[in-house]
Write a protein that binds this ligand. Structure first.
Ligand code: NIG
Ligand code: FE
Length: 388
């Protein structure tokens, strides 16, 4: 049996309100015990059990590992020139995706795996212990299938996003492409995917096409989620709620009716502050969602176009500064919120029975994640009870 006790934790965030104070379930002067990759004991450091391996957290803060519920890690190349042009005044449109599609199709499986592995390594070292990965830069049957095969080697949270944009060979024939996505592409993608997603926005797919794609995915046994309202307010939130999407992602734009629909549903609203940052777009005000009782997650959206970062600490800092989250809400949304967006009960919290995925910060409080932006505050990351 592998055992590890972390003692002298100044501030332990469990995300379980029955274990401690506030929504974060905070315990002071705490300890936690992990056995065989699971949390088996949480409590006062003074009364901690003995264990094979003991780590002294020296008064620092321990939090659940981040759950990054939205990334696009299967791609080749980068678009730094596009970013530079944008910072010089060009606006972001879904069109840049085509450039990454060309490079991804030309890459070998080994290249795609190596690039994704590099990014996973980066994200793990910044405290992300659960990650979702989408396809969506292949956009042919073969390239979507191999993207998901690669993603599945890296995480169980894989998403088929054949409906990212309409590829150039289907220009002016988008309904034919939708048929391909719903037919042969879905058939070959589904053994490797848990989720189905569609980019329902200006320049991508219409809500009618989105409905067709998500419905086909659900019939094939995949669970739905959606990219919506990144570029403009549309009908995608209504569609997502109607189809029972686990999450609506982006929500740069939303209106009162979207708020009401989400508030009366189980659909999580996932905000992606990295996309607003890197496309220099206006940030949505998260208070409007949180105050309406909507479950809100934050994720990195890591991709080479609109958000080329794996850093969840940066997402927390941006969410607090630009989207009006409190530091407490932002930490919750980056951990428990992400877990809810992926419908996972075993991660995003440090209750007994949960996966022993946690992070020792270099500081005494999680507030520093927003208060000290751009500084690496991750001292040690534990994945399934093992220090990485
Ligand atoms: O989530 N919104 C659509 N897809 C990505 C952007 C992809 C890209 O620009 O390459 C996103 O931001
Ligand atoms: Fe995305």
């Amino acid at each position: 049996m592998s055992q590890i006790l972390v003692k002298n934790i100044g501030l332990l965030v469990t995300n379980n309100p029955s274990l401690g104070s506030t929504q974060l379930g905070i315990l002071k002067n705490a300890a936690l015990l992990a056995e065989n990759g699971q949390i088996t004991w949480v409590g006062d450091s003074q009364s901690a059990p003995t264990a094979q391996n003991v780590i002294d957290a020296d008064g620092k803060c321990v939090i659940p590992g981040f759950v990054d519920s939205h990334t696009h890690l299967i791609f080749a190349g980068d678009r730094s020139n596009e970013f530079s042009a944008r910072m010089a005044g060009q606006s972001y449109a879904a069109g840049g995706i085509a450039d990454t599609v060309t490079k991804t199709r030309a890459a070998t499986d080994d290249d795609l795996l190596a690039n994704a592995n590099r990014l996973i390594h980066e994200s793990l070292h910044s405290g992300t212990t659960t990650i979702e990965i989408k396809s969506g830069y292949g956009l042919t049957v073969i390239d979507e299938e191999r993207s998901l095969k690669i993603a599945k080697q890296l995480t169980p949270e894989t998403t088929f996003l054949g409906a990212h944009v309409v590829p150039s060979e289907f220009k002016a024939k988008s309904n034919d492409y939708v048929d391909l996505v719903c037919g042969q592409m879905l058939n070959q993608a589904k053994p490797y995917a848990k989720w189905i997603d569609v980019f329902c926005d200006r320049g991508a797919f219409t809500p009618e096409q989105g409905r067709k794609i998500l419905t086909a995915g659900i019939a094939a046994g995949l669970k739905p989620r959606i990219h919506a309202n990144q570029l403009e307010q549309g009908d995608a939130v209504a569609l997502a709620v109607e189809l029972g999407c686990a999450s609506v992602d982006h929500l740069t734009y939303f209106n009162q009716s979207d708020i009401e629909k989400l508030a009366n549903s189980k659909t999580v609203a996932t905000l992606l502050p990295g996309a607003e940052f890197s496309t220099r777009s206006k940030y949505p005000d998260a208070r409007k969602l949180i105050d309406a009782g909507i479950t809100v997650a934050i994720a990195s959206d890591c991709n080479p176009g609109s958000s080329y970062t794996t850093s969840m600490p940066l997402m927390i800092a941006l969410a607090v500064r630009e989207m009006f989250f409190t530091p407490e809400q932002a930490l919750w949304s980056a951990t428990k919120g992400g877990a809810l967006a992926l419908q996972r009960e075993d991660v995003g919290h440090l209750s007994i029975g949960a996966k022993a995925d946690f992070v020792i910060l270099r500081e005494s409080s999680y507030i520093h994640l927003a208060y000290r932006p751009g500084v690496n505050l991750v001292e040690q990351v534990f994945l399934h009870g093992k220090s990485i």
